[in-house]
Design a protein around this ligand. Structure first.
Ligand code: SF4
Ligand code: SF4
Length: 97
């Protein structure tokens, strides 16, 4: 029998529900600095703690890491957990974000 990694659990993926694009609920949004983000800096799949901790399952692993802003709620957990301080929470209307 295949042994599964005990650190990996089931995750749901975001989809349109009755509430529509729930990213509309945000007032802050995460912005990734890919110059600090470990997968981009190392050019290899690594870290992805933001993906692991995001309660909405809206972070896509890859190089670069991407966030599905249609469903991100702006909770800021990814920014808190990022070991490289690569994620900054900015005001939703901030053009620099
Ligand atoms: S936690 Fe930070 S460094 Fe790690 S993949 Fe996510 S954004 Fe990049
Ligand atoms: S702000 Fe919250 S919902 Fe949005 S990507 Fe980060 S952890 Fe996920």
């Amino acid at each position: 029998m295949e042994k599964k990694d005990k650190n990996i659990s089931a995750m749901s993926t975001p989809a349109i529900g009755e509430a529509g694009f729930t990213g509309d609920w945000r007032d802050m949004k995460p912005v990734i600095d890919h110059g600090k983000c470990i997968p981009s800096v190392k050019n290899k799949p690594a870290c992805y703690l933001c993906w692991l901790y995001c309660p909405e399952g809206v972070i896509k692993t890859g190089i670069p890491v991407e966030i599905d802003m249609d469903y991100c709620k702006g909770c800021g957990i990814c920014a808190e957990e990022c070991p490289a301080k690569a994620i900054t929470m900015v005001n939703e209307g901030d053009e620099n974000g």
